[in-house]
Design a protein around this ligand. Structure first.
Ligand code: E4P
Length: 214
């Protein structure tokens, strides 16, 4: 499973990169806004730290605008992936980008049918939002299972990028469901290291070592 960091925070990306676990980064307009910096500056900095797919989202809502904006973003760095909303315009623009060998991440996916549209137009990644479905009382993880089954039925190469991950159970369940990628906040990946038995076990090993080497 690939791990992407879901943030525009350069400090977090720098810290997480030390683990050697981060395969890519996803951003969105809200995450960029939190940084108080321009999308261009943030994406440029991320590309210097992580050598992997970096999703940068368009804010145009029409196909031509998305293509124009995405083409400029794609010129920034070969690792930039154009993030498009799952709308009629976004799916149409996706076809243009895939035809022109530019990678895409189709975002704001909330149904298997939507995921099918993205795959048919050659999306590189589909981003089902697990947490936001859970928030409204629907089972976000069920969507990952459904998309996995649909894509496997037809052999679509579009990668399932489990998004809107809120806690470590979402990562665990996404891995079991066969998601190709999990994009997660820094706090979630950091929490994956923790287990109380690891902590207490190490304390005991170190204490025993001290006793034996007095
Ligand atoms: C992914 O690409 C999205 O940017 C992100 O996972 C959305 O997460 P949220 O629902 O916590 O805002």
């Amino acid at each position: 499973m690939q791990f992407f960091l879901d943030t525009g925070d350069i400090d977090e990306i720098t810290k997480a990169s030390q683990w050697g676990l981060i395969d890519g980064v996803t951003t969105n307009p809200s995450l960029i806004a939190k940084t108080g910096r321009s999308q261009k500056d943030v994406i440029t900095d991320i590309c210097k730290i992580i050598d992997g797919p970096i999703s940068a989202e368009v804010i145009s809502t029409d196909k031509e605008g998305m293509i124009k904006e995405g083409a400029v973003l794609a010129e920034m760095h070969p690792n930039v992936v154009i993030k498009l909303p799952l709308t009629e315009a976004g799916i149409s623009a996706c076809k243009w980008f895939s035809t022109n060998d530019i990678k895409t991440n189709v975002t704001l996916c909330f149904s298997a049918n939507q995921a099918l549209l993205a795959a048919k137009n050659g999306a590189t990644y589909i981003s089902p939002f697990i947490g936001r479905l859970d928030d409204i009382g629907q089972d976000g993880m069920q969507l990952i299972h459904e998309i996995r089954a649909v894509y496997d039925n037809y052999g679509y190469p579009t990668e399932i990028l489990a998004a809107s991950i809120r806690h470590t159970m979402h990562v665990h369940q996404s891995a079991l469901a066969g998601a190709d990628v999990a994009t997660m906040p820094y706090s979630v990946i950091k929490a994956m290291f923790n287990h109380p038995l690891t902590t207490s076990g190490l304390e005991k090993f170190l204490a025993d070592h001290q006793k034996a080497n007095k």
